[in-house]
Each structure stands twice: as C-alpha cells, then as structure tokens.
Design a protein around this ligand. Structure first.
Ligand code: ACO
Length: 312
C-alpha cells in the first residue's frame, strides 16, 4: 500500500459543459455516418460542443469551491489537466488561476486522457509536502482540434470540465494507491501536431487500452491491499463503451459498477473521469466507505489507475 503520512480528501466537486448539444443525428447530416453506427460502436448518443478550456475549467472550479464551502483565497494551487490548452504559452492554468482568483501557483498537466488521474496523484504529492488545499481540474475542448470532416475522430469527441477540491488531512486520506504508466514508443497512435487535427489509430488504441487499463487497475487494486471484489465503483476514462465493457470483463468487475457518461458527453479526454466521478456523487452512487477505482489511458500512450476509499 502507498505510504502516505499526510493525505487528502475530496471536499467539493463541480462540472461545466457547454450548452450546445450535438446529437449523432446532427453529425449524420454533415458526414457519412449514422446514429446506429456511433451508438453500437462507441455508446455515444450526443456530446456538448463549445467554450474554451479555461472558461469551462473556471466554471467547474468555482462550482467545486462552492460545494466545498471554500473561498478562492483558501486554495494553495491549481493543477489543471488538459491536452487542449487555450494557447501554447501561457499554461491555461494561469488563466484559470486569474479567473477564479486563486492567489497561488498554477500549472498544466498534459498526460492526454490519463491527465486527471496524473493531476490527482501529483496533487497528493503537494499535500504531502505541505499544501493545505488544491483545486484539481480536468478540462478539454477537443472540438477545437477536430477535423469535422473526419468521421473516424469527429463522432467520438466532446467538450467539458470537471473539478475537485482536495484538502490535506493527517494520515493516509482517501488515496490508497496509484499507478502511472507511459510508453512513448506508441506516441504515433494518437497525436495532434501544431496547428493540425487529432489523429488516432482507433483499432490499435482499442487493443492497447484494454490491456493497460486492466494491468494498471490490477496493480493499483493489489497495492491498495484489496481484491477486485472490494471495488464498489469503477470510474473509467470514457473513450468507448466497448472498451469499458471489455476492461470490466477482464478485471472481473460487474459492468453495473462502472460509471458511464459517454452516452451524454462523448470522449472529453482528461475531463471524462471527473465528469463521471461527479455524476456518481450527484446520483448517490458513490458513498462513504466505498472503494472507488479511477482508471484511464490516452495519447502518449499514457495510463493511470488509482484506488480511493471515499469519505474521511
Ligand atoms: N461512421 C460510420 N462508419 C464508420 C465510422 C463512422 N463514424 N468510422 C469508421 N467507420 C467504418 C470504417 O470505415 C469501417 O468500414 P469498413 O469495414 O468498410 O472498412 C468500419 O466502420 C469499421 O471501422 P473500425 O475502425 O474497424 O471500427 P471500430 O469498431 O474499431 O470502431 C473506433 C472505431 C470507435 C474509433 C474504435 O476503434 C475506438 O473506439 N478506438 C479507441 C479510440 C480511443 O480510445 N481513442 C483514445 C482516446 S481519444 C483522445 O485521446 C482524444
């Protein structure tokens, strides 16, 4: 088990998604695709499109602060996971720090779709060395780097943000274990060059994603001193419902323990895990004492799993 002398607990959470809903039917008007294909192959029904990464992050962050009952001046840092920054320089976290009015450090984490779990892990490291409260956000506007004539990518993506307030506690806190992984020799599978559009080798990513999610989840569960039967809820990256199903099956976790929001939001990269986590909290699926597995994968390739015991 991870040895943590000063851990963290999530005390607030919030999301922001653009108002504009784009359905599969809408997409089938402008490109050669159908609602049936998209639903059957991905589980997506609709997605939200619009806004900027900083604007969505600010809105989600403000909602999380409100839920935690904290003022911006009580926050010691902003850790923003994003793969779609507003600009190359500065980091989008700077705009978010200014927009929310947090008088402290701010930095971006780019680990593609694994970004939120990376950011949450890094934030726990900051708590361990003295930070009191942090805002951890995943925010994306993948629609801005999407070629809307390329059906192989366009049907998958959506925009949105999710945020949590993480507060220090003496003792281990919620995080029981974490596992971060990367294999840069696979970076050609999913990429976006400067000024270009998102490209992915969907089939190859699918295959690799299931393997790395299963491996890292098994390692994180074991390091937490648990077995799969102890996992009450799984909050996976929302890239494809079939990837979630395959991972559940191989892990031996019943599918009804997996939180699914891909039907409403599509793939929102590093926002997808916090969007799903907040959905579980708002619908009462995640309760005090539950063991929750967060697990994701993405460009790099990167992957990340963490096990938390909720409450505290
Ligand atoms: N509508 C209709 N037909 C389509 C579409 C579409 N949007 N896209 C592809 N097709 C066709 C193909 O041309 C192909 O036709 P063919 O059999 O005549 O050649 C057929 O459908 C099957 O295509 P596949 O690529 O084999 O479809 P697959 O079942 O693999 O699904 C998908 C494709 C959804 C992309 C899947 O491979 C996947 O989800 N991969 C993982 C994606 C992922 O996780 N990406 C990482 C995160 S994304 C990010 O980081 C932003």
């Amino acid at each position: 088990m991870t040895t943590i002398t000063r851990g963290g607990i999530v005390t607030g959470w919030g999301i922001s998604v653009p108002d504009k809903v784009v359905t599969n039917e809408d997409l089938s008007v402008t490109m050669d695709t159908t609602d049936a294909w998209i639903r059957e192959r991905t589980g997506i029904r609709e997605r939200r499109i619009g806004g900027t990464t900083s604007q969505l992050a600010i809105e989600a962050g403000v909602a999380a602060l409100e839920k935690a009952g904290r003022r911006p001046d009580e926050i010691d840092g902003v850790v923003l996971a994003t793969t779609t920054p507003d600009q190359i320089i500065p980091g989008t976290s700077a705009t978010v720090q200014d927009g929310i009015g947090v008088p402290s450090g701010a930095f971006d984490v780019n680990a593609a779709c694994s970004g939120f779990v990376y950011a949450l892990t890094v934030a726990h490291g900051l708590l361990a060395i003295g930070a009191e409260r942090l805002l951890v956000i995943g925010s994306e506007t993948l629609s801005r780097i999407t070629d809307w004539d390329d059906r192989s990518v366009a049907v998958l993506v959506g925009d949105g943000a999710g945020a949590v307030v993480l507060e220090a506690v003496d003792g281990p806190g919620q995080l029981l274990s974490w596992k971060l992984g990367a294999d840069g020799s696979l970076r050609h599978l999913l990429k976006c060059d400067h000024g270009g559009f998102l490209y992915m080798d969907g089939r190859e990513i699918f295959r690799k994603a299931v393997r790395v999610v299963v491996e890292s989840a098994e390692q994180a569960i074991a390091e937490a001193g648990l077995t799969v039967d102890d996992i009450d809820l799984m909050v996976p990256h929302q890239a494809n419902l079939r990837i979630i199903s395959a991972a559940c099956q191989r892990l031996g976790i019943p599918e009804d323990k997996a939180v699914v929001v891909i039907d409403r939001y599509g793939n929102t990269s590093s926002a997808s895990i916090p969007l799903a986590l907040v959905d579980a909290l708002e619908t009462g699926r995640l309760e005090e004492g539950h063991h929750v597995l967060l697990t994701g994968f993405g460009g790099g390739m990167t992957w990340a799993s963490a096990v938390l015991r909720w409450g505290g």
